[in-house]
Write a protein that binds this ligand. Structure first.
Ligand code: ATP
Length: 237
């Protein structure tokens, strides 16, 4: 579904991505692992149109999307769940969700989609009139994921959904991600919690210093001594 070819991105003179190439298969969860500063968020921002790449290309079903503005990328069904959730604190839960469904592709189905999001997250329905800023971190993550679902997305870009969440809440968030994956939505999942990521993702890539240093399916990643040493807290023999 998504093909990235020799992508380069920079902040001024500082190059954050060097010739990154990867593919995301329709209907799968693809994981991106890597240490802080590896370029994972930069990759998602580039796909979502928030950062104009300095080279290379991104194709969605063979259509180049790397020069599109964020709202045009969204109209093609790509939704970003940003790092740190970025909910609108002083808007109600429901208004946060409705914002996610304001793109042309989703507007006519907004009410129906809202019911689907509430069916997935009953807690959000209970709190629909509450300001999103008053929710717990886990609930705010659900709002951020729900807001992305309101776009009726083909592809969801998830940037570290477990950031700052307690282990039990993290497990719940990943259970939801797998549930969404089971409905056929394609996802690109950036995650520091490699163990959770590799339970959810069919395949993945490891980024270091802006470069892809390893890629493979779930089993190849788990079996790689470099991945085990660096990300799974298991020392290889
Ligand atoms: P983290 O897990 O810490 O979010 P990451 O893998 O997502 O890390 P990025 O946030 O993409 O990494 O950062 C890649 C590089 O780009 C880093 O060297 C970072 O310092 C730099 N960088 C990121 N955002 C900016 C910015 N707005 N201005 C300048 N440099 C930036």
């Amino acid at each position: 579904m998504l093909r990235i070819e020799n992508l380069r991105a920079a902040y001024g003179d500082a190059i954050a991505l060097h010739d990154v190439s990867m593919t995301v298969q329709a209907g799968e969860i693809t994981g991106i692992l890597g240490p802080n500063g590896a370029g994972k968020s930069t990759l998602l921002k580039s796909i979502a149109g928030h950062l104009r790449p300095s080279g290379g290309a991104i194709y969605l079903d063979d259509e180049p999307i790397h020069r599109l503005a964020p709202y045009d990328v969204a109209e093609r069904g790509i939704a970003l769940v940003p790092e740190g959730r970025r909910v609108f604190s002083s808007l109600s839960v429901q208004d946060n969700l409705l914002v996610g469904g304001s793109a042309k592709r989703a507007r006519s189905q907004r009410r129906r989609q809202l019911d689907e999001v509430y069916a997935l997250f009953p807690r959000l329905q209970e709190r629909r009139l509450q300001d999103a800023g008053t929710l717990s971190g886990g609930e705010q993550q659900m709002v951020a994921i729900g807001r992305a679902l309101m776009l009726q997305p083909r592809l969801i870009l998830l940037d570290e959904p477990s950031l700052g969440l307690a282990p039990l809440v993290t497990a719940l968030v990943f259970e939801t991600i797998r549930q969404i994956g089971d409905t056929g939505v394609t996802m690109l999942l950036v995650e520091q919690n490699a163990s959770q990521a590799l339970t959810s993702a069919a395949r993945g890539y490891v980024l270091e210093q802006g470069r892809v240093v390893f890629s493979g399916d779930q089993h190849e990643l788990r079996g790689s001594p470099a991945v085990r040493d660096a990300y799974l807290g298991v020392t290889s023999d």
